[in-house]
Ligand binder design. Structure first.
Ligand SMILES: Nc1ncnc2c1ncn2[C@@H]1O[C@H](COP(=O)(O)OP(=O)(O)OP(=O)(O)O)[C@@H](O)[C@H]1O
Ligand SMILES: [Mg+2]
Length: 284
């Protein structure tokens, strides 16, 4: 896993420079993510909604960062901007040292809550699909998709259609598809929210395994405080809308994480620290 020396991330209370703040992220690091001076306002049908305000966030390569915050605080909006799917009203986003002005699956893989697989394509063809858009030759495409399906534990299921797969398996296919272009960064928006509790825990373990094996930078949005504490190196806590970063918590739990850790006082303290802030936001 490559990490590059740089000054530490700014504290949550750092003044949010409007517009063109210099990024603190080292530009050359493929897995680095930097957000600076980001504000976003939606204008739709005459209604103006300020979704995000003064977001500054620097993520070192190889980190597992989880974003939590009250419903509607702008988590998905922020992720959409970091993946290049939406442009912020103001602010800069760098992934791998370059501005993120449009989706770029070579740099950033994306996984959403709904598996969003093509129902008429097999698991193999779903994973190959982004490569076929790039006109990667068939044999190479097939080999790369098979390798990623093996990485997510789906060897032997290549020929299955989405309706023949469980919810967890479909999300495995989505993760394989997100990784098929070998991006250094993987961003996930509540990827396991629709799964039952047992599958959700298993998928969390699977994602940690994949992360440890590949050294990717992971940015993961969730509503679940348990999931946040279980997965993260660092938890970014957002305020109610307009979303601001109100806390950044280093998770000191050792790795590998285990199910038993969820019963420790350290884990409970961590959840409580996040919950107090989110509850305060909800009642503010
Ligand atoms: N395309 C859009 N047009 C107008 N307003 C939008 C749009 N997308 C999101 N919003 C508004 O921006 C705010 C933030 O929404 P967003 O979906 O980013 O929040 P969230 O934190 O992901 O919520 P949840 O936890 O419920 O998923 C909300 O008030 C939402 O209504
Ligand atoms: Mg959301």
């Amino acid at each position: 896993m490559t990490t590059t020396a740089r000054s530490p991330a700014p504290p949550a209370s750092a003044p949010g420079p409007a517009g063109k703040a210099p990024l603190r992220v080292v530009a050359s690091a493929a897995g680095a993510v930097g957000v600076a001076g980001l504000d976003h306002t939606y204008t739709a049908a005459g209604r103006v909604t300020q979704a995000l305000a003064g977001i500054d966030l620097a993520i070192k390569p190889g980190r597992f960062v989880v974003i939590v915050g009250p419903s509607g605080c702008g988590k998905s909006s922020l992720l959409m901007m970091m993946t290049g799917l939406t442009r912020p009203t103001t602010g800069t986003i760098l992934c791998g040292g370059r501005p993120m002005t449009e989706p770029d699956p070579d740099r950033v893989g994306v996984v959403f809550q709904e598996a969003s697989l093509f129902p008429w394509l097999t698991a193999q063809d779903n994973v190959e699909f982004p490569l076929s858009l790039r006109r990667v030759p068939k044999a190479e495409r097939a080999a790369r998709a098979r390798e990623k399906l093996a990485l997510v534990g789906l060897s032997g299921f290549e020929d299955r259609y989405p309706h023949e797969l469980s919810g967890g398996m479909k999300q495995r296919v989505s993760i394989a598809r997100g990784l098929v272009q070998n991006p250094s960064i993987l961003m996930l928006d509540e990827p396991f929210a629709a799964l039952d509790e047992q599958t959700r825990i298993t998928m969390g373990d699977e994602l940690l395994r994949i992360w440890a094996e590949t050294g990717k930078t992971v940015v993961f949005v969730t509503h679940s405080l348990t999931e946040a504490a279980y997965l993260a190196d660092e938890i970014v806590v957002m305020s109610a809308r307009p979303g601001r970063i109100i806390d950044r918590i280093e998770v000191a739990l050792p790795r590998p994480r285990t199910y038993e850790m969820m019963a420790t006082p350290q884990f409970a303290e961590l959840r409580e620290r996040i919950w107090k802030q989110i509850r305060h936001q909800a009642s503010a």
